[in-house]
Ligand binder design. Structure first.
Ligand code: NAD
Length: 349
């Protein structure tokens, strides 16, 4: 049955299964390209969004976060966790779900899984940043940290930036083998490496996407030559970073929302007033991205609510006229809006 999300009291819900079917139906790389388009639209109208650093609840094991924003017409939020120890227990490091609501009525208009969608939106955001910041001639990327996000990151760089070769490294050889296997027929040339140093050889784009709740040093200063673009995704929490501070001091740093990145990103290692460029300014043509072949550009990615908002907008449009959602009886809908109690008592019979 083909459904159309129309009845305001019934909320379209996209399950994990439906999200997978939707992504296969559109085609993953095509969906990533579409996502970049939605992201660029929203980054260009950055000023009109409600913006706040995400609301984080930290524990010894991880973090649970709420990421809200609104463009004045639609409100969105994502619930997301980050628990690096989870994979040892057969659970994922990151899981998520999210919601869009109509600002005029306050009624939800979409509820969806966002674990898969976060991987797609994070990959699309990385590729969008690289489109503006990486050397135009980039054909090779290093992918350090070969967990849940990694294959999506590589396919996004292929689809958006024309990357042809990916060089994988992870401290866990099984993770590298898994990623290499998953991308064996992707059209990318896949090279498995035994150190981060080996992985970055010849790479113009270096993506770090490791999960460890500590100040880690995945890349040291002597490893980084001039002219590369670094896409640092894994350091996204207070006390959790991936790059040696000296790399930051040699790089031009681009961020999503400075008040959040200064708390959560690689930036937490630098002075509070260290100069950064907001990525939206580059995309809107208000600031320069890469200006020279020698420059080291660093996208200090932590993930921001507006990216999830773009992803939710895309899904809301994409499911229209399809079978890739069900409707949820999530909102009470009494015939007389003030007679909630009457609706409740009638339910007894
Ligand atoms: P994951 O647990 O599935 O994978 C992480 C991988 O990193 C594992 O395979 C692990 O073995 C590897 N690793 C850990 N330490 C390493 C090291 N020193 N060198 C090389 N590899 C190492 O996690 P995931 O879902 O892929 O997420 C990775 C990170 O990205 C997490 O920290 C997560 O919070 C972050 N993340 C950021 C964004 C964003 O928008 N910036 C979005 C999603 C996830």
């Amino acid at each position: 049955m083909t459904l159309t999300p129309s009845d305001k009291a019934l909320v379209p819900f996209v399950s994990v299964d439906h999200m997978m079917q939707l992504a296969h139906h559109i085609g993953l790389e095509r969906m990533i390209v579409q996502m970049v388009d939605y992201l660029e639209q929203d980054f260009k109208r950055w000023a009109l969004f409600d913006k706040t650093p995400r609301v984080a609840s930290h524990s010894a094991e991880g973090v649970i976060e709420l990421m809200p924003t609104s463009d004045g017409e639609v409100y969105g939020f994502k619930y997301v966790n980050g628990h690096p120890k989870n994979t040892k227990e057969g659970l994922q490091t990151v899981t998520a779900f999210g919601l869009l609501a109509d600002v005029y009525t306050g009624y939800p208009v979409l509820l969806t899984e966002m674990t898969l969608l976060t991987a797609i939106r994070t990959a699309a955001t990385s590729a969008m940043a690289a489109k503006y910041l990486a050397p135009k001639s980039a054909k090779t990327m290093a992918m350090i940290g070969n967990g849940a996000q990694s294959e999506f990151q590589c396919l996004a760089m292929k689809a958006v930036c024309g990357i042809e070769e990916v060089r994988f490294y992870d401290i866990d050889k099984n993770a590298t083998a898994k990623a290499a296997r998953n991308l064996s027929s992707s059209g990318l040339r896949v090279v498995s490496c035994s150190s981060a140093q080996e992985a970055i050889e010849g790479a113009q784009i270096i993506t770090t996407c490791t999960a460890d709740k500590q100040y880690a040093t995945i890349l040291t200063d002597n490893m980084i030559g001039s002219g590369v673009h670094i896409n640092a995704i894994g350091g996204d929490c207070p006390g959790k970073t991936e790059l040696h501070k000296d790399i930051l001091l040699r790089s031009d740093i681009f961020v999503e929302f400075p008040p959040q990145t200064r708390i959560e990103g690689e930036l937490q290692q630098l002075a509070e007033d260290h100069p950064v460029t907001e990525l939206w300014q580059v995309i809107a043509g208000e600031a320069k991205g890469r200006v020279s072949g020698e420059q080291i550009t660093l996208f200090d990615s932590v993930g921001f609510a507006i990216e999830d908002f773009s992803a939710l907008r895309l899904v809301r449009e994409a499911i229209k006229g399809t079978e890739y959602f069900m409707t949820l009886d999530l909102l009470a809908d009494p015939d007389d809006p003030r007679d909630l109690f009457g609706m409740f008592t009638r339910a007894a019979s």
